[in-house]
Design a protein around this ligand. Sequence first.
Ligand SMILES: [Zn+2]
Length: 357
Amino acid sequence: MARRLLGRLAYGSRYDRVPWGQRVYVRPGERLMREAQWRYLISRAPVLPLAAYQQARPLGEIEEFLSCMMCGESRQQPLYEPTGGNGWRYHVVRCPSCGFLYRNPNVRPERLGDLYSTGYSNFLTGKYAANRQRRYDLTMRAFSPVFDEGKERRLLDFGSGVGLFLELAEQRGFDAYGVDLSPESVEQANERLSRARTYFGAPQDVPEIAAGGFDVITLWSVLAHLPRPLEDFERFRGLLAPGGVLLILTVNARSLLLKAYGAGWSGFTKNHLMFYSSRTVRTLLARTGFAGVAFAPHYGDTIEAGTTNLPAGLAARLRRNVDRSDGGNMMRVLAFADEEAIGRYGGGPLRVHRLRA
Ligand SMILES: [Zn+2]
């Protein structure tokens, strides 16, 4: 309420018709103000030894305390306490060494299934499905030419859900496979798909997938759900063929929207465990044997699809502010397995950053 009032005082009603997710990127001066607000928060929030932090927090039955998985730092900087429907609530800390944001206490990997009760796949239909597929298309376009032509290249969609992406992949000619931890979703996906196939379980449990040799692996809104990201990424690296690439779409922990809305940020959803930025995702990739990475800024699906109601001047300002700040509210990442992959795709518009372990 106070935020709305401040906005009204500063900007009047001029931006009332701009959706919330776009407003912070188009109001003049707001980017600099939010970034200053963030720096102030970081400078003020206490930094606690893990033992002291643990004493101050209750530990749920399915939970465990963590140190930073990206750099090993054990000290904790408590930042946010997101809450939501049905009474879920958790604590988000920042690593004072590398800036990684994660839920602490976190969920024990063997109890992850408790987060995904049955019925999880039911909402993935209708308009939601159409919007998702548009998002996949826009992201593939942003990384053109990597996804332009499947040509029977081997593709693995990790966390394939009801098969919405695999459907697009098989249309483009990929030899496509999926894995998912929801048996209902796997069943629905296999009904939807004609050539592509999805399997229940982890990649190492499915012989067709454990064989590896993938040219492309995709993680659509999956990264933030992984409780042991380093182990998973070592496995992904091993499943990639020479010249292979891995695509990630995930919420961006350096989003201007997070800086503006704090605990109310859309990326703090019930089942998200860890929150990556361009910096911390580089650490993850470097530590698990990837050779390079490229980022595609996310201006929002309606802007990129050309269906936005924003006047052209404001849309241009939004793009400028996304470029100057954080790359947008979603982070789109293409990781290159080796020099061969960089050589194959890195010459065009994609700017590749080389990684060192
Ligand atoms: Zn760290």
